[in-house]
Design a protein around this ligand. Sequence first.
Ligand code: UDP
Length: 238
Amino acid sequence: MEAPLYKRVLVKVSGEALMGPAGFGLHQPTVDRIAADLAATHALGVELGVVVGGGNIFRGVQVSSQGVDRATGDYMGMLATVMNGLALAAAIMRAGTQARVLSALDMPAVCETYTRPRALAHLDRGRIVLFAAGTGNPFFTTDTAAALRAIETGCEALLKATNVDGVYTADPKKDPSATRYDRISHDEVIQKDLKIMDTAAFALARENALPVIVFSIHEPGSIRAAVCGGGRATTVAT
Ligand code: UDP
């Protein structure tokens, strides 16, 4: 049996990952596949936090040119992440694993409010914790929320599930000679100006020596593989 490398990790799932081929919103078979991968990873004995994005529904920056101010647009984006969190939690629970949604914005009729002690208590009890509403602040991203929650809750790594199977020397879609790193340091990522996460998110990871594992969400079972050190991925670590 594969052995996990970590006891507790945080997985960042972008909103776009949940829309599958649909182009907008939630594609239920894709949500179910990702939920099953999370449940299978949890079944290895790994404690899991998940930060969900909202880009499949709404991004604040979309409306900032259309008469809605940026901060309001960002709150709308945060609401989108709550919808995704509820959908993913429901799918995880259908897969037979306990899950809880904790929102950085108060909405007690919908889900629990994020507090660090509450998140730690759920993780200790073996529940998958879905962190919704990002950081709760406009002008931030869910990548920053992922780095922040990972550090706050003592995760040993941030698993960034994305569209590509790792970090490349250049954009592989534009440059066919680009090669993938198996491992790279935080400092090298900055020196080489490689784009993995936004600057605030990456600065948090670097300052706290948080390893970031970048892999493709499109590969079935890739979260479980990444936790076990397998599959195609890049590990960013100091
Ligand atoms: N957002 C925000 N503060 C946060 C996290 C998210 O204002 O701490 C808003 C922002 O408008 C963002 C949207 O929520 O565009 C969706 O999040 P993000 O773009 O990070 O989602 P992803 O790209 O991962 O799907």
